[in-house]
Design a protein around this ligand. Structure first.
Ligand SMILES: Cc1cc2nc3c(=O)[nH]c(=O)nc-3n(C[C@H](O)[C@H](O)[C@H](O)COP(=O)(O)OP(=O)(O)OC[C@H]3O[C@@H](n4cnc5c(N)ncnc54)[C@H](O)[C@@H]3O)c2cc1C
Length: 402
């Protein structure tokens, strides 16, 4: 079997354009605002950044061509998203930040033509932002989505939704919400969820406080959202009733991998900064980069970057073949989330005091990448799922042999 990892010419050209755009235009803006997108101007800043990305020919690499995007599959997205992730503001500039990028992917796969016109088209063009509302305060859905408590009950002409969500990225200022609500069964049941689409201005949607999380690079924060007798028409159902958990997988597998792509870019930036520093800085009669323990950190970063990329390549290959890639994405996500944090942490260590200061981007990269070990499935949940599949297969093999 011949393995060809070279990129098609147009993808390589997009990678090159993205690299130049991010380094020349976006990194300086991120540095000027210490990676805090609200301080940089929030949505107004997003609109300006996205116009600059359009002008540079790098906007919306993921969106279907008919919606103004480049229509890249998962494998081709990987190197482009990695270049975008080199700056914390890069994904927003290209319109590939979470949750919009994952929502574009899901709407392209599941929405009907009317929903695509109303929601996907403006989202793909960057005219609006969106939010994906799944997680709930205890005892509701978190690592265990089946704990879902938000309810949608049939009402005249549609559905009435009640429930509380939190950690909803981008909720403040979003144009619309994708809401996961229980339409049958009880909390703890594995099925019975439905996804609903609702414009943000609909009476019954209230955005509450921002949760003050470590990170600062996502427009619209991570918010509480209250659905209080929210009335939506039948046409608000995304896909089919009671298939919400299934659709969540359509979104989550690829969304996990695009997070890996973006954060890998951030980790590479951290590593580049640290390597430049230890190649320059002297101590104990040599460059720091020639000291054994620093060399170990440099080498371990290189290994973590290469291993993350390899696992990502495998998972994207499966996704592009139309497979669920559940195990491959769990493995890649778990390894990457931990490796990316290690890379940034080692990079800070190599830079000494400067590493934890505002003079270098490392401290801000560290605060951004830490939550990735929690969202899109905490490492423990993925390990649990990987082990269950592995032991389950061994049990089946044992049964078959008896
Ligand atoms: C920055 C950020 C952005 C987010 N954006 C969104 C968003 O846009 N939309 C949305 O719906 N949600 C969002 N979330 C929520 C995120 O999806 C949840 O935080 C995540 O699913 C974990 O749920 P939880 O926080 O309730 O943790 P819990 O379910 O309370 O779990 C706590 C810890 O318990 C451990 N644990 C859980 N299950 C197991 C297990 N089976 N075995 C061993 N250990 C286990 C893990 O260590 C886990 O971290 C976001 C979260 C963050 C931090």
């Amino acid at each position: 079997m011949a393995i060809d990892l070279s990129l098609p010419g147009e993808v390589q050209a997009l990678v090159d354009r993205t690299r130049s755009f991010i380094r020349d235009h976006v990194v300086p803006l991120e540095d000027a605002h210490d990676g805090d997108i609200a301080a940089a101007g929030g949505d107004k800043f997003r609109v300006e950044l996205q116009q600059a990305a359009r002008d540079a020919g790098v906007f919306a690499p993921h969106a279907p061509v008919e919606y103004g995007g480049h229509g890249l599959g998962m494998s081709d997205r990987a190197p482009v998203f990695e270049e975008a992730g080199y700056s914390l503001f890069g994904p927003t500039a290209l319109n590939i930040a979470a949750p919009d990028e994952g929502n574009v992917h899901m709407l392209a796969h599941i929405a009907n033509p009317e929903q695509k016109a109303q929601y996907l088209a403006p989202l793909a063009h960057g005219d609006v932002r969106s939010a994906f509302a799944m997680t709930e305060p205890a005892p509701g859905a978190g690592s265990d989505p089946s704990a879902l408590t938000t309810r949608a009950v049939r009402a005249e002409g549609g559905w009435r939704i009640n429930g509380v969500k939190y950690f909803i990225t981008g909720a403040d200022g979003a144009g619309f919400f994708i809401i996961m609500a229980r339409t049958s069964g009880e909390p703890g049941d594995r099925g019975g969820a439905t996804m609903f689409l609702a414009p943000a201005g609909t009476p019954g949607i209230r955005v509450g406080r921002h949760l003050d999380t470590l990170d600062r690079s996502m427009v619209g924060g991570h918010c509480e959202v209250f659905f209080e007798d929210l009335l939506v028409p039948e046409s608000a159902v995304l896909g089919e009733v009671d298939r919400g958990f299934e659709y969540a997988q359509v979104r989550l597998g690829p969304a996990r991998m695009t997070h890996v792509m973006r954060w890998l870019g951030a980790a590479r930036r951290g590593h580049d900064v640290a390597v430049a520093q230890v190649a320059r800085r002297e101590g104990f009669g040599s460059k720091l980069g020639d000291l054994g323990m620093i060399q170990k950190m440099v080498a371990d970063n290189e290994i973590d970057i290469a291993a993350t990329r390899a696992l990502l390549t495998r998972a994207c290959w499966e996704l592009d073949r139309g497979e669920s890639a559940a195990n491959a994405t769990s493995i890649a996500k778990t390894y990457a989330a931990e490796a990316i944090f290690r890379i940034v942490d080692r990079s800070m260590q190599m830079c000494g005091g400067l590493g934890v200061s505002g003079d270098l981007p490392l401290a801000r990269l560290s605060r951004e990448v830490r939550p990735f070990r929690i969202y899109d499935g905490p490492s423990e949940v993925h390990r649990w799922a990987i082990a269950k599949r592995t032991v389950g297969a061994a049990k089946r093999a044992l049964r078959d042999s008896e």
